[in-house]
Unconditional design. Structure first.
Length: 135
C-alpha cells in the first residue's frame, strides 16, 4: 500500500531534508507522524509528500513540510504517540493551531493548488482562491 511504500523508502528523508533545508531527523519525524498510523492515512498528505519527493518548488510544499515538522515536534513534546489515533485526534486542534501561529500562515497556504483541485470536495472556497490571489 502507499503508506507502507512511503515508510519503507528511506532515501527520501535525506533528499527532502537537503532539498528543503531541514534536518534529516525533523523530516523523518514528520514522515512518521504523517504515515505511521494507518487510521490517519490521508491521500492529500500522500500527494503533498510525493510532491516533496519530486522536488516541487511551489511554496506550498515548503509550507507543508515545515508545518508537519513543527506539528510533529509539538505532538512529540506532549508525548503523544504517533500511532495513538484517539490521543492524536484530541491533541491535533491545539497542535495545528499552534503550528499555524508559529508559521504565521493561513491553513490555505499548506497545500499545492493541484492537490486542492484534485480533492476539490475536501477544500473550502478559501483554499481554492488562496494561490490564485498570490500569483
Amino acid at each position: 500500500d502507499q503508506r507502507q511504500a512511503i515508510l519503507e523508502n528511506n532515501a527520501d528523508v535525506e533528499w527532502i531534508a537537503k532539498s528543503y533545508h531541514f534536518t534529516p531527523e525533523a523530516v523523518k519525524r514528520a514522515k512518521e507522524y504523517l504515515f505511521i498510523n494507518p487510521d490517519l492515512l490521508d491521500s492529500v498528505n500522500v500527494e503533498m509528500w510525493q510532491l516533496a519527493q519530486g522536488g516541487n518548488t511551489h511554496p506550498s510544499v515548503q509550507n507543508f513540510l515545515e508545518h508537519e515538522i513543527i506539528e510533529s515536534d509539538i505532538m512529540q513534546s506532549m508525548q503523544i504517540p504517533f500511532n495513538d489515533t484517539a490521543a492524536r485526534d484530541a491533541a491535533w486542534p491545539m497542535a495545528h493551531s499552534e503550528t499555524l501561529s508559529k508559521q504565521q500562515l493561513p491553513p490555505f497556504a499548506l497545500f499545492h493548488p493541484q492537490v486542492i483541485a484534485q480533492h476539490s470536495e475536501e477544500f473550502s472556497v478559501g483554499f481554492h482562491a488562496y494561490w490564485q490571489q498570490q500569483d
